[in-house]
Design a protein around this ligand. Structure first.
Ligand code: M6R
Length: 608
């Protein structure tokens, strides 16, 4: 979602802030702005749309201050206009904000009652006005912020600069992440380490409820009760990851093509390939044998990775799995088994609903295992144990390589659980591990189908609705296909378990409706193909993703076919994810959509 960068530096800070904000573009935004101090006075530039609009404004109105805060805004309260863009300012301060101030209406009403005039529709302006109101009685920015913060409810990361204070920046964090970067006679604030990577690799994350007072040479961390606290400073490797597209047009394309390598790397971390065994790189703080149920929760694509893993945990470990999207799970008041295990999956590790679900599970006595990409994230830090997916930074808003790396880790965990519970014999476990070892090669082979997939995508560009069908693990993969297509091409898509077709959705089938059938050669294959025949009998426009022979065997002339390599089907969902991703990618590309930053979407969803 929104991105924050703050610099207390020695050179002109505004251009550096705008440059750093570009590293946060992937999070999704619809306006941007920067504020600095010029001769002690707050000066701002804000622009609707992409950062280049802000950069153009900065070219014509250069800002010379050496202190600056900047922001990319993903609109929640008020339209994405320049006026609603951050920083918000009064004559005393400027502030940028990620998250939502839940009690902004009552605070605004209270201050309007006192005669304070608001200039925007945003919740954030309330923060600017509230601290300014406190400054009227204290004159000290630190005291004013300390008094204002407890009045705010909601999720926020904040960065302030103050009129006449060129060596002062204050940051605060509750629910949304914020990090301090330490430089040589310089200090930084950023919503993640990636934003700060060009400046420093030395980072301190604020804990929830913390706030920090920064000067160029000093930092003062406080907790929610205003006690002085020390937080661990760490070296980050964010700078080591080149955030560029390589030879690809889009980050999404690059990330799809990286999958053989990153999935291979992840598997190498979790498997002893020579012994054909799972060798988890950590010790679990629980015993799989003691579990009566596994509770999984996540959002979006991460949820669908969990949904696929449900089949694996149940099949290989005979472990009943309950899975729900985190936004429902967190409020369902689900009873949880004593000493149970709750598993959370999140690429960013900052998704607000997943974090809230995790906290609910923790309060209810569960051990917490999280499968995350960002190992410094809040979800990672609040878990008992993390299983990193090691996919490297994922920049495209549409999750691709994180999905397949999540699946690789979850497959290893399921095999490990099966061995520990005695439900998988050594030979069967070794067979499964050998299947996993072949997966990166199969992903590569699937990528070779790209030219054919591009041609098939041409058909989808004309569709207004698309139906995906699958059985077994191909059903959650069908859901993932529909999600991917919706989010980047804006074509309406739905997925059904193929067996559900005749219970309703078959009524939709006509020659205009593309139906994508995902049919790996597993024990349910024949049944899926029968469902496909039902679609064909009603004139449906079929796109079959299945092994080489499948189209011919079906006896249906003229159907579009993504011919997949032959493979054992235990973990087919991983290579079969590739055509699903490529179909969405090429459809969006051919339609001229913004593939990496689709409208209305954010990479890291830090609000409910
Ligand atoms: O960072 P997370 O994995 O927790 O994010 C969860 C979802 O927001 C995310 O997977 C979203 O659905 C993607 N845009 C899908 O491509």
């Amino acid at each position: 979602m929104c991105g924050i960068v703050g610099i207390l530096g020695r050179e002109k800070a505004a251009p550096l802030v705008v440059e750093a904000l570009k590293r946060l573009e992937y999070r999704g935004y619809d306006s941007a702005g920067v504020a600095t101090l010029e001769d002690g006075h707050i000066t701002r530039l804000r622009a609707e749309g992409k950062l280049r609009n802000l950069a153009n404004k900065l070219d014509t109105h250069p800002l010379k201050g050496t202190i600056a805060i900047g922001h990319t805004r993903w609109a929640t309260h008020g339209k994405p206009t320049a006026n609603n863009a951050h920083p918000h300012a009064t004559d005393k301060l400027a502030v940028v904000h990620n998250g939502i101030i839940e009690n902004f209406r009552e605070l605004r009403k209270m201050m309007e009652g006192e005669g304070i005039v608001f200039k925007t529709e945003t919740d954030t302006e309330v923060v600017a006005q509230l601290v300014t109101r406190e400054l009227a009685t204290t004159n000290d920015p630190r005291t004013a912020v300390a008094r204002a913060l407890p009045q705010l409810r909601g999720a926020f990361a904040l960065a302030f600069i103050f009129e006449g204070e060129p060596d002062l920046m204050i940051g605060a964090r509750q629910g949304a992440p914020l990090a301090v970067g330490h430089g040589d006679g310089e200090m930084y604030l950023g919503s993640d380490a990636l934003a700060l990577a060009p400046f420093t690799d030395t980072i301190t994350y604020l804990d929830d409820g913390d706030w920090v007072v920064l000067t160029r040479t000093d930092h003062d961390f406080r907790d929610a009760k205003n006690n002085k606290v020390a937080r661990k400073t760490q070296k980050t490797s964010a700078g080591a990851f080149l955030v560029d597209k390589g030879n690809h047009r889009h980050f999404m394309a690059k990330e799809i093509h990286e999958q053989p390598e990153v999935v291979g790397r992840t598997l190498a971390h979790y498997l002893d390939m020579a012994k054909a065994e799972v060798a988890l790189p950590f010790t679990l703080p629980f015993d799989w044998k003691d579990l009566t149920r596994l509770t999984i929760s996540a959002c979006g694509t991460a949820y669908l990775a969990g949904y696929i893993a449900k089949y694996w945990f149940e099949r290989y470990a005979r472990l009943p799995v309950e899975i729900d999207v985190a936004s429902e799970f967190r409020y369902r008041e689900a009873p949880l088994p004593e000493k149970g295990l709750a598993l959370f999956i999140s690429q960013s590790g900052e998704t607000a609903d997943t974090l809230a679900a995790l906290r609910y599970a923790k309060e209810n006595g569960q051990k917490i295992l999280s499968v995350v990409n960002v190992t410094t994230s809040t979800i990672a830090r609040e878990s008992d144990i993390i299983a990193p997916i090691l996919s490297g930074p994922e920049i495209g808003v549409a999750s691709t390589k994180a999905f397949t790396c999540q699946l690789a880790v979850l497959a290893c965990l399921a095999i490990s659980a099966g061995v520990a519970r005695g439900t998988l014999g050594r030979d069967e476990a070794a067979r499964l591990v050998n299947e996993l070892i072949l997966t990166p090669g199969r992903i590569s082979e699937a990528l070779h189908r790209e030219p054919a997939i591009r041609d098939i995508a041409q058909r989808l560009t004309k569709a207004t609705d698309v139906l995906y069908l699958g059985r077994g693990t191909a059903y959650p993969l069908a859901l993932e296909g529909a999600l991917k297509l919706k989010e980047i091409s804006y074509i309406h898509a739905e997925a059904y378990a193929a067996g559900e077709l005749k219970h309703g959705p078959i009524a939709l089938i006509d020659e205009k409706m593309p139906v994508i059938v995902i049919a790996p050669h597993d024990p349910l294959y024949e049944k899926t193909i029968s469902n496909m025949q039902e679609v064909a009998a009603r004139g449906g426009n079929i796109i079959l993703i299945a092994e080489d022979e499948a189209a011919e065997q079906s006896g249906l002339a003229g159907i579009a076919h993504v011919a997949m390599p032959a493979m054992a089907t235990d973990f087919a969902a991983i290579p079969y994810a590739v055509p699903v991703q490529l179909l969405a990618y090429w459809t969006a590309f051919l339609l001229g959509k913004d593939v990496d930053q689709p409208r209305n979407l954010a990479k890291s969803v830090t609000v409910e």
